[in-house]
Design a protein around this ligand. Structure first.
Ligand SMILES: Nc1ncnc2c1ncn2[C@@H]1O[C@H](COP(=O)(O)OP(=O)(O)O)[C@@H](O)[C@H]1O
Ligand SMILES: [Mg+2]
Length: 270
């Protein structure tokens, strides 16, 4: 029996298709490690990620298709709401707590990406953009973040590093000129606090958040430039489309708002 395959268009991967209730993805060097993570998530009862079902006759990974909507750009209102922000923070926290008990298989190969200072605490998702989150609506409500997809960049990291990457896209930590139209008027400083409260980020990490973001921006810049040069494809398209300038402006925005972010993050509950 053959099921019609529908191409799924994302940021980077080529050849991702939907086939019925499944998604088929070309295997990469990192796929065995990612599949081990997905199996672990399933084993500990974290049901907000695709399940790994096996390898198909064409050598592609078979994952479950997660029903719902995935926002695309320009982002719709439901994707930039405070409710969506708190829901994605809680989702990330649940994922981190589930991933904390995962021991990667010996010799696991992960995508190399910007690395935190110091030792890794968990295998993080490392790419929680709105396009990598499935939203679901309950009757009478706007769609809210429901599940994480696209674990291609998962790798050992720290919770805070993954928080910062997520905030980069969702607060967002970005110069208003680079934001999606509906994100422009948002109070990103207040939303950093909202996110960290919903995640339950301890004070120790709050104190390190801005510095961690600064480190992350610097590393992303270098890494994206290198990927564009050596890998081409979607990476080159992103770089040629001005990704480097956006990171530089985000870093400048962060510097300008550092004091506001820190005082908001550490202020007593209203
Ligand atoms: N398991 C899944 N369930 C539902 N939708 C998916 C799933 N995997 C991918 N998609 C859809 O396909 C798009 C591209 O897949 P993704 O894994 O994010 O690839 P890319 O690396 O290109 O970003 C996603 O943004 C989403 O819309
Ligand atoms: Mg994606």
């Amino acid at each position: 029996m053959s099921v019609r395959e529908i191409p799924l268009i994302g940021d980077i991967s080529e050849g991702v298709v939907r086939a019925g209730t499944t998604v088929r993805r070309p295997m990469r060097a990192t796929s065995p490690a990612v599949h081990a993570l997905l199996r672990h998530l399933e084993a500990v009862g974290f049901d907000r990620a695709p399940r790994f079902l096996g390898i198909d006759e064409r050598g592609r990974a078979i994952l479950t298709y997660v029903e719902g909507v995935v926002p695309t750009h320009p982002l719709p209102a439901y994707a930039v709401s405070d409710e969506a922000l708190t829901a994605v923070a809680r989702l990330l926290r649940r994922f981190h707590d589930a991933a904390a008990s995962f021991t990667p298989p010996p010799g696991a190969i992960w995508e190399d990406g910007s690395a935190p200072e110091g030792p890794a605490e968990i295998v993080g998702h490392c790419d929680v953009t709105p396009a990598n989150v499935v939203f679901r609506a309950r009757p009478g409500t706007q769609p809210l973040p429901y599940a994480l997809i696209d674990f291609d960049l998962a790798r050992p990291t720290t919770r805070l590093f993954d928080v910062v990457t997520t905030l980069r896209h969702w607060a967002p930590l970005a110069d208003p000129v680079d934001r999606d139209p509906l994100q422009r008027p948002l109070d990103a400083v207040a939303r950093v606090r909202l996110f960290c409260d919903a995640y339950g980020l301890p004070t120790r990490e709050r104190l390190m958040l801005v510095e961690t973001a600064r480190i992350r921006f610097g590393r992303s810049y270098t890494l994206m430039r290198e990927r564009a040069r050596t890998l081409g494809g979607g990476w080159a398209r992103m770089w040629d489309g001005g990704a480097g300038g956006r990171i530089r402006r985000a870093a400048a925005w962060l510097d300008a708002h550092e004091d506001a972010i820190v005082s908001r993050l550490l202020a007593p509950d209203p």
